[in-house]
Ligand binder design. Structure first.
Ligand code: ATP
Length: 201
């Protein structure tokens, strides 16, 4: 590990597991956070090379005449087809990967966090030093997601869950697991991992 650059730490977890909630605690501790999902949306809208690749793959209709991403078109034609989802991910994930490397190299903190719903699923754990999985039971995740996102149906949440690796598998692959259940305090678990990661530098 190059000690001049921050340790690269991924934080993942299934939908509604509490990634964003846990990440906020790290952020309060002064750790820079890169939101891969937000940044992916930004890059699809603003990275000219990525835009060209998306148009080549799915047609010029992928963008509206004013240059903004044609979300309705993509939702109907790409996100409804698992093979096309794989294809768009294969364009977007490498762009996010190199954008994250550039971002991380501009930080001097002992470690930085990359928050992403899919890390093991996309293989991006290969370019991270450690991965934290935020783990909570399916029933709890479902209830929290439906409460947070009233616009989603239970079926839609299950569809998203089915695109993600099972929690047990991610727990085995992760270097650290944070259990986000109703009877476990988050802050002590975050502090323990924070101290460990700080001690590496
Ligand atoms: P997504 O993958 O959909 O972005 P996420 O993993 O980032 O989800 P959060 O948005 O952090 O999950 O949490 C889901 C919902 O559950 C939020 O409304 C959050 O406030 C709530 N929540 C998270 N952790 C807890 C907790 N320990 N106790 C009560 N509510 C919680």
């Amino acid at each position: 590990m190059n000690k001049n650059s921050p340790t690269l730490v991924g934080i993942t977890g299934g939908i509604g597991s509490g990634k964003t909630t846990v990440t906020r605690i790290f952020s309060i501790l002064g750790i820079p956070v890169y939101s891969a999902d937000d940044r992916a949306k930004w890059l699809m809208q603003n990275d000219a090379q990525l835009q060209t690749k998306i148009k080549d793959a799915f047609g010029d209709e992928s963008y509206l005449p004013n240059g903004s991403l044609n979300r309705d078109f993509l939702a109907k034609t790409v996100f409804a087809d698992p093979e096309k989802v794989k294809r768009i991910n294969s364009l977007v994930h490498p762009a996010v990967g190199s954008d994250f490397s550039d971002w991380a190299s501009n930080h001097t903190s002992p470690y930085v966090l990359k928050e992403a719903a899919l890390i093991f699923e996309t293989g991006s754990n290969g370019s991270l030093d450690f991965v934290i999985n935020v783990s909570s039971p399916l029933k709890v995740r479902l209830a929290r997601t439906l409460m947070r996102d009233p616009f989603r149906s239970e079926e839609q949440v299950h569809q998203i869950i089915n695109q993600q690796l099972p929690d047990e598998q991610k727990n085995e692959m992760a270097d650290f697991v944070i259990k986000n259940t109703d009877n476990k305090l988050l802050i002590p678990q975050v502090l323990k991992i924070h101290e460990k990661l700080i001690s590496l530098n």
